[in-house]
Design a protein around this ligand. Structure first.
Ligand SMILES: [Zn+2]
Length: 461
């Protein structure tokens, strides 16, 4: 790509990102946290549609990773844990970024992100000063105090990852489930990192959610399982509507991996702001269990009935970010197209082409007219029929075309219109049928009300 083409492309991408952010606010996907007070940097709230989208993602992950498998069970660990967990895991001493302070404007900057100015000296990107401190380690964990006293003995951290709860409960899960290797423990939950530069909308946040699996195995199975989980996870992303062409797999070179890892793949997505990581799939060997066994003094060994061996299992960890995957879903879904309206005038249609499985609202139900009680009553009964099975929006105001367009903009894959045919006024043939309108093709077909639940469930399941 030429320099000029690259610049144009990056402007287009920035404009696209702006449109997505604006749609998220306008339609209630994502709001700035504590917005009326000016917000809190790196924190976001999910609005009525965002929470549904996020829940669909987490539910589908849970279903695919635990319920549809015999070899994975779940866990929901606490966010606050004994401080010694983080001493054992190494987070208290090494979970840090090298930071530099500007003595002029007091900005705190990541040492590896500061531009080099004149004479090869690093320069403050905020005020332009060269008066910067030497890099210092800045721990990314949020520190707090448990109980009434605020001293060293009561220090606790908001967990920076969910994985450690799984390692420290490994023995309890093993003893209560009698699982045989290989088996996994899955968890979805909040984690916190005091990122110095939260950026790219919700991509890098200070409070975020993770979906993590620790899959325990015999040492000799580790490398094969690493490849197995990479393939499983790539298939998952396709199942939620992220096309394989926009996904990248980075085989992380040894010098960039954690020292204990024998292999790590990053699954990346082509966001408008660049290719960024969605998930890491890492073969962590027995490092974590080893550390906790040593620091706690409790045996975390597994006993193999058949070989009569005691040993520490190895682990493969697929660790995905909920918020960044939600953002990838939004970016992948966003589309604009020019269409002709009823009067032959061209207009722009904004449509979120979510996979029906992920769409926050599955179906919109509309009476053709709101001033015809028979239509309203019938439409409400269709909504009631569907509500136990899926998220339904009922709407009766505005022209039908406008109502369709509103649902397009939030990615609702199906709309149903209840009209005079439904009431039997155009003959028995069409009685108790509705117009089913498809979001992507905008095509319409007639369908029997009694066939709707099975049809829609087959599409969104
Ligand atoms: Zn400065």
């Amino acid at each position: 790509m030429s320099q000029q083409a690259a610049t144009t492309q990056s402007k287009t991408n920035a404009a696209l990102m702006e449109k997505i952010v604006s749609l998220c606010k306008r339609r209630g996907f994502v709001f700035q946290s504590s917005e009326i007070y000016g917000g809190l940097n790196g924190c976001w709230d999910y609005g009525p549609l965002g929470v549904e989208l996020k829940r669909n993602l987490k539910d589908y992950w849970w279903r695919r990773m635990t319920r549809e498998r015999d070899d994975v069970v779940g866990l929901d660990g606490s966010i606050l844990m004994n401080r010694r967990v983080w001493q054992a895991s190494g987070h208290e001493t090494t979970f840090s970024d090298p930071m530099v302070d500007c003595r002029q404007c007091k900005s705190r900057l990541r040492a590896d992100q500061i531009p080099v100015g004149k004479e090869g000296k690093i320069q403050c990107p905020v005020c332009g000063s060269y008066d910067l401190t030497e890099p210092r380690a800045f721990n990314l964990m949020f520190k707090t105090y448990v109980g009434a006293t605020e001293d060293e003995s009561s220090v606790a951290y908001l967990r920076p990852e969910t994985a450690q709860a799984i390692f420290v409960q490994f023995k309890n899960v093993l003893d209560t489930t009698n699982k045989k290797l290989p088996f996994g423990i899955a968890q979805i939950g909040k984690a916190f990192r005091n990122e110095i530069n939260p950026r790219n909308f919700t991509f890098r946040s200070r409070e975020f959610e993770q979906m993590e699996l620790e899959y325990f195995c015999r040492p000799e199975q580790g490398m094969d399982l690493l490849k197995y989980w990479l393939d499983e996870r790539l298939a998952f992303y396709e199942e939620i509507g992220l096309s394989r062409e926009k996904l990248r797999v980075l085989d992380v070179p040894a010098e960039e991996r954690a020292h204990y890892s024998k292999g790590t793949y990053d699954i990346e997505y082509e966001f408008p702001f660049g290719v960024q990581e969605l998930e890491g799939v890492a073969y962590r060997t027995d490092y974590d269990l080893q550390q906790h066994q040593e620091h706690s003094g409790k045996s975390l060994e597994y006993f193999d009935d058949e070989t009569k061996e005691h040993f520490l299992p190895h682990v493969v960890e697929p660790s995905a970010g909920v918020d960044r995957t939600v953002l990838a879903l939004l970016c992948a879904a966003y589309d604009e197209e020019t269409i002709m309206d009823d009067k032959g005038k061209s207009e722009t249609r904004i449509v979120l082409r979510f996979h029906p499985r992920m769409a926050p609202v599955k179906v919109g139900v509309f009476p053709l007219l709101k001033n015809k009680p028979e239509l309203v009553e019938k439409a409400r009964s269709v909504a009631t029929l569907l509500k136990p099975h899926m998220n339904v929006v009922y709407s009766e105001t505005g022209a039908i075309g406008k109502r369709y367009r509103k649902q397009d903009e939030v990615g609702t894959p199906f709309c149903l219109t209840i009209d005079f045919e439904t009431l039997g006024e155009r003959g028995d043939e069409l009685k108790d049928t509705v117009t089913l309108r498809h979001r992507d093709s905008m095509q319409q077909e007639r369908m029997k009300i009694s066939d709707l639940p099975a049809y829609l469930l087959s599409k969104i399941g």
